[in-house]
Design a protein around this ligand. Sequence first.
Ligand code: ADP
Ligand code: ASP
Ligand code: MG
Length: 437
Amino acid sequence: MKVLKFGGTSVGSAARMKDVAKLICDGEQKIVVLSAMSGTTNSLVEISDYFYKNNTAGALERINTLEQKYVDVIAELYATDTYKTEATKVIKSHFEYLRSFSKSVFTLFEEKAILAEGELLSTNMFQLYLLEQGQNSELLPALEFMRIDKNSEPDTAYIAENLEKFLIEQPGKTYYITQGYICRNFYGEIDNLQRGGSDYTASLIGAAIKADEIQIWTDIDGMHNNDPRYVEKTTPVPFLHFEEAAELAYFGAKILHPTCILPAKLNNIPVRLLNTMEPDAPGTLISMQSKKGTIQAVAAKDGITAIKIKSGRMLLAHGFLRKVFEIFESYQTSIDMITTSEVGVSVTIDNTKRLDEILNSLKKLGTVTVDTDMVIICVVGDLPAENVGFQAKAVNSMKEIPVRMISYGGSNYNISFLIKSEDKKRALNALSQGLFN
Ligand code: ADP
Ligand code: ASP
Ligand code: MG
């Protein structure tokens, strides 16, 4: 069985939902994961924000605007009054639920319940549309089988066991429709897999059922060799190794959620990136195969903070790096990039929640300097040391850009540069020019 995930734009209007239905209804049994309609999760974040600020009027106004959008979609999506009435009943109950938060205390728990509504709405509407079309489909309730543990990691055994239970209870269905992104946590509360997490749902389900293939359908024809939001004339990369795709996703290629490659890689399930608007385009196939000796793509990760710790005593001092890393560990902050010299070490982090505490502790070890608003530019491909010359090509492409750190050798799949965010667009374009032209 295959797992197909359709993102927000792919289900962003009545017309798009109809296209998705056409795409999936080929008689082959499959699990279909849907995101919320595009814009909905952002609206739900805003609504929560109003509730946090005790601005009930603001929240209710945003809820009404969002509801009107769904009323319009219903008018266009269904052909019969029976299904229009049924769908109206469904969305009414969801919007009443959203309004009910004006009467309660508002905490993170309530916010997560609100954020889950987008995927519940899109899947319920889509399932009704399939039924109206006479398709043999069934909803799988993600909140009953997707679960994360105490460390917010997916509980893969629980997911596999409970998903199978639902599949066995509903045998003989051709299309199983389920919600991306949403889950329950260790305490049984409604939670989520972080923004963009529907990709992760798809790969976790793929791993749980040992799928033949996981397909991520979106609004572009595969992973491009550079970020199309900053660089013109990017082109799709036909084949990527799991490691290459994971690096690109982690380092900012928004087309994939950073964690979604791992479950597929562990189970050796190919991941195909495809375009809903152009279903016949080949897209990108991510698998164990790599294209030997090639630089494949470039990505950029924003919001990076660089910290340099200089110690006069580092000369021959063993144990210095351990002390530095222990500080980051004790504040549960992971390090992305690291470079060292005899006198100091530079690291980057993207989570600055505990930055002040980290800096206070680091200052006991040496002189500390901090650069905020930095970007990691990541050049990805099959880059073993024997493939002489690719470093020169990458560095040479960056010759006009002030580079704060360079890192290679952590894997055979990437070289990373740390630069200021103001230089990001220039750097991405320079790399496209130097590497792919
Ligand atoms: P979805 O809502 O379907 O999950 P996303 O917006 O999360 O879609 O991801 C698709 C978008 O990712 C594209 O529209 C594109 O702008 C952006 N993107 C960033 N980097 C890349 C890249 N290297 N290749 C393709 N798309 C990319
Ligand atoms: N709807 C969620 C979001 O917008 C999850 C997703 O689309 O993947 O972040
Ligand atoms: Mg996405």
